[in-house]
Design a protein around this ligand. Structure first.
Ligand code: SF4
Length: 345
């Protein structure tokens, strides 16, 4: 739990030096912070938070631009998962109140149409499974074809761990991006999941990249990891170089082993956003689950001005997100244009 990978003692560094070095290296030179540097950023006090967020925002504007990517998600199979990820109410191993359910193809197409109507460019099909079986792969083939025939939107998928054959098959269907999270630092993973390993997740991510699909890979903060482990996680994501990183904050779900964990403090959540942006200057850094409880409305806006450049519209998987209108209005207020579909092809 207290394993530290950062090589120098970042607690000895002066905050002014930490921020000045980050400004030069990331903003000017375009090189992400390493693990030790991320840890130094995570250790900055609340009195430096607004400066840090400002730097995160400048980095995002310089290396990604003002556009915000909007994505919708739909769950084709909810609940009843055989894995034991301790944060997840879709595990069938805990008494959490999410029932197993499947979605049919017409409903899938309708969800894609609704998502496209919000201006979103990505539509991600998600299933709560260890990995897809033949039935799910068949449903994907049919579903992706039906969506492509009906709606002009990129299709992404999140179906758990894949074999090489399944990676190739999804790529051949035209799945544009695959989401598979590392979830947390390698050293913390055994405290979070026992039914599969971090390395198995890493392998799927590598195969997705090699097959030419975009990789969406992130995780959850606030799961009892130390700051050292949070920095380790940012560095491991940096090594993987995902196209997109969904950043979730633990929303403790009743009935799960992490159901009693405290919600991350807003200042910590914002510091984490900026630190991840400084570790990953060019990635799409997306708000995923838990931001309502970790950040509230004010913090949501601060995060969008601190390095975040993508949002999910509408529902998250097992908890209600904000309405699409609220998010789209906020983006208009902040004068952040929604990324157009043509720009992503
Ligand atoms: S996070 Fe995914 S693999 Fe883990 S229990 Fe939830 S649905 Fe299953």
């Amino acid at each position: 739990m207290t394993q530290t990978h950062a090589s120098t003692d970042s607690s000895a560094l002066r905050p002014d030096d930490v921020l000045a070095a980050a400004r030069q290296q990331v903003l000017v030179d375009g090189r992400g912070l390493d693990e030790t540097q991320v840890l130094a950023v995570l250790r900055l006090g609340d009195d430096r938070l607004s400066e840090l967020l400002q730097l995160g925002h400048e980095v995002r504007m310089r290396w990604c631009g003002p556009e915000v990517e909007v994505e919708g998600i739909v769950s084709v199979k909810t609940g009843g998962c055989p894995e034991d990820c301790h944060f997840c109410s879709q595990s069938g191993l805990f008494p959490s109140p999410v029932r197993a359910a499947w979605l049919d193809i017409p409903s899938l197409v309708a969800a894609a149409e609704e998502t496209a109507a919000t201006g979103a460019t990505e539509f991600c099909i998600v299933a709560a499974v260890r990995g897809p079986d033949q039935r799910l792969m068949g449903q994907m083939r049919e579903g992706v074809a039906a969506i492509k025939a009906a709606v002009d939107i990129n299709v992404a998928a999140s179906l758990g761990m894949l074999t090489q054959e399944q990676v190739d098959s999804l790529a051949s269907m035209g799945v544009h991006r695959y989401n598979h999270n590392l979830e947390t630092a390698r050293s913390h993973f055994p405290d979070v999941v026992t039914t599969h390993t971090w390395e198995e997740r890493w392998d799927t991510c590598r195969m997705v990249r090699v097959a030419g699909m975009e990789l969406c890979c992130g995780g959850i903060v606030g799961m009892g990891e130390t700051l050292e482990q949070r920095a380790e996680f940012a560095a491991q994501l940096g090594a993987l170089e995902p196209d997109e990183v969904p950043l979730n904050f633990l929303n403790p779900r009743p009935g799960t082993p992490f159901g009693e964990y405290p919600v991350i403090e807003t200042a910590d959540a914002l510091r984490t956003i900026a630190a991840f942006r400084l570790a990953l200057p060019r990635t799409i850094l997306r708000y995923a689950g838990g931001r309502e409880i970790a950040l509230g409305d004010l913090g949501t806006e601060q995060g969008l001005l601190g390095g975040i450049n993508a949002v999910i519209v509408g529902n998250y998987l097992t908890t209600l997100g904000r309405s699409p209108e609220e998010d789209l209005e906020l983006l208009r207020d902040l004068q952040m244009p929604i990324k157009a579909l043509s720009a992503t092809l």
